[in-house]
Write a protein that binds this ligand. Structure first.
Ligand code: ZN
Length: 174
């Protein structure tokens, strides 16, 4: 396993639509393992492949609070098949937008179809933080970021700060 570099907004790749996968093999599992390790190291609770520069419909999630008992969820080609009318608000952050958080309203529950780590088709009903996390990550696969739900003013302000932040990161200190 190895750590991958996380893509920071603004970056055009984060606006691309990711492609579906045809098969689940060891190469794909190795990418999923890298994504999980990268997410844990960040640390974060969800990561989409596009955030490490790979335009494939892959997501890793772990919302377990107990650091000793990891509970990773691997989603390959996830498809939301149902969203509740009832909504809920969670404060969201994103590994591609470090240091920025906002309250986002989304359907409170969702149901998804996906392929798991072993290539098996599965369905999952989610509510609470997991439902929010799944919707946030599926958005990434479609080139959507949580700041897209904010007013233009708020969104522009965050992007401006991120541009500054990226410049600082690229400065070399000798
Ligand atoms: Zn994100």
């Amino acid at each position: 396993m190895s750590l991958r570099k996380i893509v920071i907004e603004p970056d055009p790749i984060l606006r691309e639509k990711s492609e579906s996968l045809e098969k689940v093999d060891d190469e794909l599992r190795s990418l999923l393992d890298d994504m999980l390790e990268t997410m844990y190291a960040a640390p974060g609770i969800g990561l989409a492949a596009v955030q490490v520069g790979v335009l494939k419909r892959l997501i890793v999630i772990d919302i377990s609070k107990d650091k000793e008992k990891k509970d990773p969820l691997f989603l390959i080609n996830p498809k939301i098949i149902h969203k509740s009318k009832q909504t809920s608000v969670h404060e969201e952050g994103c590994l591609s937008l470090p240091g920025h958080f906002a309250e986002i309203e989304r359907p409170a529950e969702c149901q998804i179809k996906f392929i798991d780590y072993n290539g098996k088709e599965k369905e999952l009903s989610a509510k609470g933080l997991l439902a929010t996390c799944i919707q946030h990550e599926v958005d990434h696969l479609n080139g959507v970021l949580f700041i897209d739900y904010l007013s233009k003013l708020k969104k522009d302000m965050i992007v401006k700060k991120l541009i500054k932040h990226k410049k600082e990161l690229n400065k070399v200190v000798l």
